[in-house]
Design a protein around this ligand. Structure first.
Ligand SMILES: *Cc1c(COP(=O)(O)O)cnc(C)c1O
Length: 363
C-alpha cells in the first residue's frame, strides 16, 4: 500500500511494517485470543511484552545497568513538573533555555523550587546554541535541565556537555523527546532523560523516563505516588496500570529498529536525510532555514518561503503530491519538515524534488 509521506512533528509517522504487524495481531495476539489492549497488565502475556520492550530499549540505547527504564504517562509536559518534584528537593535548578520546550520546562519547574536560567539563546530567536563554557551554573543547583532537540525551533545539541568539567556536580536532565533513538546517548553525562513517545518511539500516551538509580530517593512529599520515580521503579512501571497498548506499539518499533541495524544505522540515515534537505534549502532562492549550521536539527527542519504569500499554494501542492503536515508551528510560522526515524529517505527525496519544482514553476 502506497501511503503519503507524513512530515508531522508529532504524533508522527510510524514504520509501516509496525502498523501492519499491529493490524495483523489486533484481534488475537500470538494465539492468546485477546487483543493486547484487552490483556491484564499483570498477566504473563503482557508481562512478556513489557519485559521484551525494556530489554530491547536497553540494548538499542546502550542504557547502563545502574539506570532504571520507566514507562510512565503524562507526556513531556507532565515531566516538566514530575522531574522537579522528584529531583529538586524544593531547592534551586538551572535551565538552559534554547527554544519553546526548555522555556516551558523552566516555567513549570518554578512552581516546585527556584528555577534559574543559566543560559539562553532568546536574543537570536533560538537559532544558535550558547556554548557550555558560557553557562552560568550554580554550585547549589539540584540539577541542570537541557532540551537536546528543540522540536519547534529546530536546534539540536550534537554533543552533551560534561557538567563536571564545567565545575558542576549536579546531574544533567535531558528532554530528548524529539530525537530519542536517532543517535547514541553518552550516559556518563546524564542523570535523567525523558521523552514523550509520540515523536520517535510510538503512539502518544507512553512517556519514557531513564533515571540513574541514585536519583530515586529525593522526591518531595507532595509528589503523587503514581509519579514518584522510586514507586514506579519498585513496581516495574506498574504502580498503576501503564499505557499497555502504547508500550506494545513502542516494543514493535524497538524490534523494527533492531532489524534495521540499530541506532548507529538509524543515525547515519538521519544525517543523510537531513543534509539532503538542508542542502536543497540552502541552494535555493526561495527557501530559507535560519538556524546556525552547527546547531541544526536532524529531526525537525523549520523553513520559510521568502514569499509568504505562496505558503498556502506550497502546502496544497505538497498535499497533492502526497506530502502531509508540512505547516510550521503556529508560534514560528512557515514550514516544518520532521524527519523522524520512520521517515524513509524516499520521502525526503520526494520533498526535495517538490521544493525544486515549486520554486521553478511558481507564479
Ligand atoms: C513533543 C515534545 C514534548 C511533549 O510533550 P507532551 O506533553 O507529550 O505533549 C516535550 N518536549 C519536547 C522537546 C517535545 O518535542
Amino acid at each position: 500500500m502506497n501511503r503519503p509521506y507524513n512530515f508531522s512533528a508529532g504524533p508522527a509517522v510510524m514504520p509501516q511494517e509496525v502498523l501492519s504487524q499491529a493490524a495483523a495481531e489486533m484481534l488475537d495476539w500470538h494465539g492468546s485470543g485477546m487483543s493486547v489492549m484487552e490483556m491484564s497488565h499483570r498477566g504473563q502475556e503482557f508481562v512478556s511484552i513489557y519485559e521484551q520492550a525494556q530489554a530491547d530499549l536497553r540494548e538499542l540505547l546502550a542504557i547502563p545497568v545502574n539506570f532504571k527504564i520507566l514507562f510512565m504517562q503524562g507526556g513531556g509536559q507532565a515531566e516538566n513538573a514530575v522531574v522537579p518534584m522528584n529531583l529538586s528537593r524544593g531547592g534551586t535548578m538551572d535551565f538552559v533555555v534554547t527554544g519553546s520546550w526548555s522555556q516551558k520546562s523552566y516555567a513549570e519547574a518554578g512552581r516546585y523550587g527556584s528555577a534559574r536560567i543559566a543560559a539562553s539563546n532568546l536574543a537570536d530567536g533560538h537559532t544558535t546554541l550558547p556554548r557550555p563554557a558560557s553557562w552560568q551554573l550554580h554550585t547549589d543547583a539540584s540539577y541542570v535541565h537541557l532540551c537536546t532537540n528543540e522540536t519547534i525551533h529546530g536546534v539540536e545539541i550534537h554533543e552533551l556537555p560534561d557538567l563536571r568539567s564545567l565545575g558542576s556536580s549536579a546531574p544533567l536532565v535531558i528532554d530528548f523527546s524529539s530525537h530519542v533513538a536517532s543517535r547514541a546517548v553518552d550516559w556518563s553525562r546524564v542523570g535523567l532523560a525523558f521523552a514523550g513517545a509520540q515523536k520517535n518511539l510510538g503512539p502518544a500516551g507512553l512517556t519514557l523516563v531513564v533515571v540513574r538509580e541514585d536519583l530515586l530517593d529525593r522526591a518531595l512529599a507532595i509528589c503523587p505516588s503514581a509519579f514518584n520515580y522510586h514507586a514506579v521503579a519498585d513496581n516495574q512501571s506498574m504502580f498503576n496500570t501503564p499505557p499497555t497498548y502504547a508500550i506494545y506499539m513502542a516494543g514493535l518499533v524497538f524490534q523494527w529498529l533492531k532489524r534495521e541495524g540499530g541506532v548507529a544505522t538509524i543515525e547515519a540515515r538521519a544525517v543523510a536525510k537531513a543534509s539532503l534537505l538542508y542542502d536543497a534549502i540552502d541552494r535555493s532562492q526561495l527557501y530559507v532555514n535560519r538556524v546556525a549550521r552547527d546547531c541544526r536539527s536532524r529531526m525537525n527542519v523549520p523553513f520559510f518561503l521568502r514569499e509568504p504569500a505562496l505558503d498556502a499554494a506550497f502546502l496544497s501542492g505538497a498535499r497533492e503530491r502526497g506530502m502531509l503536515q508540512l505547516k510550521g508551528h503556529k508560534s514560528v510560522g512557515g514550514m516544518r519538515a520532521s524527519l523522524y526515524n520512520a521517515m524513509p529517505l524516499q520521502g525526503v527525496q520526494a520533498l526535495v524534488e517538490y521544493l525544486r519544482d515549486f520554486e521553478k514553476h511558481r507564479a
